[in-house]
Design a protein around this ligand. Structure first.
Ligand SMILES: [Zn+2]
Ligand SMILES: [Zn+2]
Length: 347
């Protein structure tokens, strides 16, 4: 079968790869749509992300949907033709974290699309049953693929423990910041402010997401001399940093009320970052982090199928599988406004 394969930095191609054997507890899925994530683009541009390095040809993609082709003998609740969304993190199911339900922290996690585990931008994949979520028959394959980034937002808003009536600040008007804002609104936050340095992104968000306020912010300065968020409303209940910008976490936390909560969602551009110890102590602020998600697909499916969260407009550019290398090149060049979606099979 064909697969979108990364061979090195700035070197992607459609390559042939073998079908996997189907185990008794497995499901074979024909992939329909695959979204490209910032991490796919980063891999394409740099050949690595943090500790994850390319060691050989690697199939990208972790935001995917499809239809069931066949099931192993132990799978009794799915039949060929069922529409599904793929949860790309394959957890071990035996370690302390998995047994506690926080399988996102599994030490033996095999996350499809992160080397050495082949991703989902290919025609077919074999998955354990628990990695496959049935979606309502009427849900488009594009929406089903977008349940993965929506899961990131569902988990982040859950970690922030956003309560009805609260005032929420979000940094970053990209796909994740946009979804976090929409999930926070669905959680009945009274006020949702999204901050970004890019006015075009803010204008797009204001148009697409009724109820969101936008705030233009500066980048601040790494030496702590400037705060790019000084004109943003203050005394807010929680702050979700979704931009990865070096000073955004510290700058945004100045907007929190005493006992306010901050959640680091974006992957910081540098491995370490500075925080104002005075601010955190004087206000008794809480900082939490997120690592992917756990048990989020049911909620994500509910949010999309009830129209509580719009996702279609996240897709700004569409490609066919054979155009995947061009999709990566254009995303890496900053030519994809929001998200590239690759059509492998049905829409
Ligand atoms: Zn991703
Ligand atoms: Zn585990």
């Amino acid at each position: 079968m064909r697969a979108l394969t990364l061979r090195g930095a700035h070197d992607a191609a459609i390559a042939e790869t073998d079908d996997e054997p189907l185990g008794a507890g497995d499901v074979r899925v024909a992939i329909a749509q695959v979204g490209l994530c910032g991490s796919d683009t980063h891999f394409y541009a740099h050949g690595r992300i943090g500790a994850f390095r390319l060691t050989g040809p690697h199939v990208l993609g972790h935001e995917a949907s499809g239809t069931v082709l066949e099931t192993g003998g132990e799978v009794t609740d799915l039949v060929p033709g069922d529409r599904v969304a793929v949860e790309p993190g394959l957890w071990c199911g035996r370690c302390r974290e998995c047994l506690a339900g926080t399988y996102n922290l599994c030490a033996d996690m095999r996350f499809l699309g992160m080397p050495p585990h082949a991703g989902l931008a290919r025609e077919r994949v074999v998955l354990p049953r628990r990695a496959v979520h049935a979606v309502p028959a009427g849900m488009t394959a594009t929406r089903a693929a977008l349940l993965e980034p929506l899961s990131v937002a569902v988990w982040a808003v859950g970690r922030a423990a956003v309560q009805p009536g609260e005032q929420v600040l979000i940094a970053g008007a990209g796909p994740i910041g946009t979804l976090v804002a929409r999930v926070a609104l669905a959680q009945k936050a009274a006020r949702v402010i999204v901050a970004d340095v890019d006015d075009r992104r803010l204008a797009r968000l204001a148009e697409s997401t009724p109820g969101v306020e936008t705030a233009h912010v500066g980048t601040g300065s790494a030496d702590g001399a400037g705060n790019g968020f000084q004109d943003v409303a203050a005394d807010l209940d929680c702050y979700l940093e979704c931009s990865g910008a070096p000073t955004a976490l510290d700058d945004g936390m100045t907007r929190l009320r005493p006992r306010g909560r901050a959640v680091l969602v974006g992957v910081p551009a540098a491995p370490t970052f500075a925080l104002s110890s005075t601010l955190i102590r004087y206000r008794e602020l809480t900082l939490t982090t997120v690592h992917r998600y756990a048990h989020t697909w049911p909620r994500a499916i509910e949010l999309v199928s009830s129209d509580a969260v719009e996702v279609d407009d996240l897709v700004s550019d569409r490609y066919r599988l054979e155009e995947g290398p061009r999709a990566l090149a254009e995303a890496a060049a900053g030519e994809v406004a929001m998200k590239a979606m690759i059509s492998v099979g049905a829409s």
